[in-house]
Design a protein around this ligand. Structure first.
Ligand code: NAD
Length: 305
């Protein structure tokens, strides 16, 4: 197959890495600059959308969340859009656990003080262990399961919010989305793992922050739009919650003047929770498998439109 690799992928990894992987599986690849014609390609692998991609028969997004893609335009032009689900359980699971452990063991505070050669010690009762604490995971797909399994392995009590009451490995207690307030009350951590949809937009609002314990932390590895950012700032300023770990933001890059940069107990990461040195291979395998399906006359897997 002729596969174009859109250079927007450079946010996540070097486009040449996935081009090399696809070539090693028998495909012909070229890295495409933004705005390049894509008509001659059977597939374009991309991070982001631009309208010129609609000239290709099949566009593969290297991300799990495709909320930034105009689905109706893909439907109109008949361009197939596939995404990359199922590959972020370990990376995001470890990113989230890193944030939980940092808040509990106060590592973020010591790293900050290191820049000032400071030996200042955290108050005795500011430190805790994640073992025996409760985490509430909102959304139990690939990300949520990855978080739940790892939290369970560290001896945490795991609550999950899920639309269907089907048991999930590592999850001790399930709640429905309309029980969100009960699910977050009493949890030391609330971890967001839902896609951004009409149902989940701003689902974490002032009422949810009010329901959370004042020593609880919000972790957002989903999408910025899932959280009402004004309500988050109010909750932080009003000490309604203890802090937040934010990999996803309402506006990305997070603006330089955002107040979120300033809090001692907010960890900001630039939407990198899923990155790793093998990301190009994980995505490449999805593309290779789907190309094989097409070549065998089968339909595409992970098709969004
Ligand atoms: P997934 O489709 O495997 O899982 C999403 C889960 O959320 C599904 O089980 C779905 O039923 C559930 N869900 C949807 N609406 C819900 C609601 N209102 N209440 C409760 N559950 C609900 O997707 P995933 O791979 O786990 O990724 C989830 C989202 O995380 C993506 O859509 C993307 O936006 C984001 N994401 C972020 C990063 C990152 O780098 N930070 C990486 C991967 C994914």
């Amino acid at each position: 197959m002729q596969i174009g690799v859109h250079d927007s992928i450079a946010f996540s990894f070097d486009p040449e890495r996935i081009a090399g992987f696809l070539e090693s599986h028998g495909h012909q690849c070229a890295v495409l600059e933004a705005g390049s014609s894509v008509e001659e390609y059977d597939c374009v692998v991309t991070f982001g959308h631009e309208d010129v991609l609609l000239d290709a028969p099949w566009v593969h997004c290297i991300r799990a969340g495709v909320d930034a893609f105009p689905f109706e335009r893909y439907a109109e032009t008949g361009t197939a859009l596939t995404n990359s689900p199922g590959i972020h359980a370990t990376t995001i699971g470890e990113t989230v656990l890193g944030m939980l452990l940092s808040f509990a063991r106060r590592l973020h505070r010591y790293r900050d003080r290191q820049h000032a050669n400071s030996w200042e010690v955290e108050p005795y009762d500011a430190t805790f262990t994640v073992q025996d604490e409760t985490v509430c995971v909102v959304g139990l797909g690939t990300l949520g399961e990855g978080v739940a399994l790892r939290a369970d392995a560290l001896g945490m009590t795991v609550r999950g919010v899920r639309r269907e009451p089907k048991p999930v490995p590592g999850v001790d207690e399930l709640f429905r989305p309309d029980e969100l307030h009960d699910a977050v009350a009493g949890a030391r951590f609330v971890v967001l793992c839902v896609p951004l949809t009409e149902d989940t937009e701003a689902m974490i609002d002032a009422d949810v922050f009010a329901a959370m314990d004042d020593d609880a932390y919000l972790i957002n590895v989903a999408r910025g739009g899932v959280v009402a950012e004004d309500a988050l700032l109010d909750a932080l300023d009003g000490n309604e919650i203890a802090g937040a770990g934010l990999d996803a933001h309402a506006e990305e890059p997070l603006p330089a003047d955002s107040p979120l940069w300033e809090y001692d107990d907010v960890i900001v990461t630039p939407h990198v929770g899923a990155l790793s040195n093998t990301y190009h291979e994980s995505v490449g395998k999805l593309v290779v498998a789907n190309a094989e399906r097409l070549e065998n006359g089968e339909s595409l897997s992970d098709r969004v439109v």
